[in-house]
Write a new protein. Structure first.
Length: 199
């Protein structure tokens, strides 16, 4: 059984990766999070792209632990905001990880934007760094921004993101429905050949 470090302390991200691996029939890989390894210095996420941030996190994890490491950097891009919040998604309101404040600020910024111009996409870049080298993939999930939050599943901007072709927000989807369509699910699917090589 090989151990795969996920450069995250978010239990929902860890559970998502475990579900994707199980669903794809990948065996022989034990997923561990940052809380399950000795602490190490983590480079701040200051890069201009999701891909660069993910790669920095994965390199740090592999260098510090010797375990193959997968890292994700993801966020929301909104057309009416010129692609923002982008890499600043988690700290859009000024406080890192305050989902309610980030979502409230986003809705306030879009309050006068008509429905036809509320297009958005969730983006996830996943990087895998290990003894076999480095792999970086990207997944996107197109949709639009609702006028108010709906649903209590998921995290981040899920309650206001309506996937294209759906009347439900991402927070109203079941975990299986979200995994099948989401930006992170799409990126992880592209990473599966490299993850299988670890098993």
């Amino acid at each position: 059984m090989s151990r795969l470090l996920v450069a995250s302390r978010n239990p929902k991200k860890l559970a998502e990766l475990r579900r994707v691996l199980d669903g794809a029939g990948v065996s022989g890989v034990e997923v561990v999070g940052l809380d399950e390894v000795a602490p190490f210095p983590e480079t701040p996420e200051t890069a201009a792209t999701f891909e660069e941030n993910a790669l920095v996190k994965a390199r740090d994890g592999y260098a510090a632990t010797g375990l193959a490491c997968v890292a994700d950097d993801s966020g929301l891009t909104v057309a009416a905001l010129g692609g923002m919040p982008g890499v600043l998604s988690a700290r859009w309101s000024g406080r890192h990880g305050d989902d309610a404040a980030n979502t409230a600020l986003l809705l306030a910024q879009l309050s006068d934007v008509p429905d036809a111009r509320r297009g958005a996409a969730f983006v996830s870049a996943c990087a895998l760094v290990g003894p076999h080298g480095e792999t970086v993939v990207r997944g996107e999930w197109a949709g639009s921004i609702a006028r108010e939050p709906r649903g209590d599943g998921g995290f981040g901007y899920d309650p206001v993101f309506v996937p294209a072709g759906s009347g439900l927000t991402a927070a109203q989807l079941s975990p299986a429905e979200k995994d099948a369509a989401s930006h992170r699910g799409r990126a992880l699917a592209r990473l599966l050949p490299a993850l299988r090589a670890l098993g």
